[in-house]
Write a protein that binds this ligand. Structure first.
Ligand code: ZN
Length: 198
């Protein structure tokens, strides 16, 4: 790869380390970047750095936000006694797009995966348990229907049951292994409405 030189190779390598970007795409992006006006490249890199520095986890629900408490948790008109547990902020966004869910969320930032060595203490479960000490009526488990999602759902349902709070699981109908963010709104609403008490 000497024909590209050190700088170009370094850029390709960095880009290729991002998820979903293979060697070919990394090369295409690198060529695009070195041909962009310098001020545009500066704007892009500054945006990346600013987002990385400012985006944090909401101290209540652990979703990604740039405020201490995210807009959903600060919204007084929502039902704070109903908590929907999702794996990622992208899943939260999928439910928000339906515009029909009026409760709040808890974002685990992952799922339990014994195969990948991700245990209960590696996701935001402790934070959920703290919330359950407050005024909570129902916990809706909306983790993905993948093996990891089901394992996580089972684990959480056992924890929540111990508190006496109602716990339900979104209905199947969400394709197995399907990421929630790719499922259409009608399917999501059906899964929510048809949730089953555990
Ligand atoms: Zn929040």
């Amino acid at each position: 790869m000497d024909y590209y030189g050190k700088e170009m190779n370094g850029l390709i390598e960095q880009l290729a380390s991002l998820p979903g970007i293979g060697g070919k795409t990394a090369q295409r992006l690198a060529f695009h970047i070195v041909n962009m006006p310098v001020d545009q490249v500066e704007k892009l890199s500054e945006t990346i750095i600013r987002a990385r520095k400012r985006v944090c986890y909401c101290k209540v629900c652990c979703t990604l936000t740039d405020q201490e408490v995210c807009p959903i948790c600060s919204d007084e008109s929502r039902d704070h006694s109903m908590i929907m547990v999702v794996e990622t902020t992208r899943d939260l966004a999928a439910y928000e797009k339906t515009g029909r869910y009026e409760g709040v969320y808890h974002v685990l930032q992952g799922a339990i995966s014994p195969m990948l060595g991700i245990g209960p203490s590696d996701i935001r479960l402790k934070e959920l348990m703290v919330r359950l000490e407050g005024d909570v009526r129902e916990v809706i488990i909306a983790t993905n229907s993948s093996l990891e999602g089901e394992t996580t759902a089972m684990y959480i349902s056992r924890l929540v049951k111990g508190t006496g709070i109602k716990v339900s699981r979104i209905a199947s109908g969400v394709p197995v292994g399907g990421d929630l963010e790719y499922i259409d709104e009608v399917t999501l609403l059906r899964a929510l409405d048809g949730r089953i008490e555990l």
